[in-house]
Design a protein around this ligand. Structure first.
Ligand SMILES: [Zn+2]
Length: 132
């Protein structure tokens, strides 16, 4: 898919661009908030580089999002809660400050950690309740 087609698709159906279809007809979503934010910021600014941008998230980005943030050359990441299972800003691995990568990101962590932890617990509690 060429970049302009992807840009048009993201504008029309922002979440569809983050759906991965498998050969058996099933699909899964990779629409983490960071991926959506990167795509929308790049589309709005008309640039794939977000050198002066900061991203604020409730939980530490995963490895997919951390990698995308490095590729987008985000300047700062601010997050509340650590993710001891998949966090890629230092908890499990540190992609955003890996010395072999060509871009590093300033990270501020633990901002409103307790409140962010509460929001996440509530989000997943409601999601589980819907599934039952
Ligand atoms: Zn993620």
């Amino acid at each position: 898919m060429n970049p302009e087609t992807l840009r048009q698709q993201v504008r029309k159906q922002p979440f569809e661009a983050f759906r991965v279809y498998l050969s058996d007809g099933s699909h899964y979503d990779i629409r983490h908030p960071e991926m959506i934010a990167i795509t929308q910021a790049a589309s709005t600014l008309g640039s794939k580089w977000l050198n002066e941008a900061s991203i604020y998230v409730t939980i530490e980005p995963c490895s997919m999002c951390a990698g995308a943030l490095v590729l987008a050359r985000i300047k700062n990441i601010v997050y509340g809660a650590k993710d001891p299972k998949t966090g890629a800003c230092g908890s499990v691995i540190n992609i955003v400050n890996h010395k072999k990568l060509n871009h590093r990101i300033k990270v501020e962590k633990g901002i409103l950690e307790k409140e962010c932890g509460y929001l996440l617990k509530e989000f997943f509690r409601k999601k589980r309740a819907k599934q039952q």
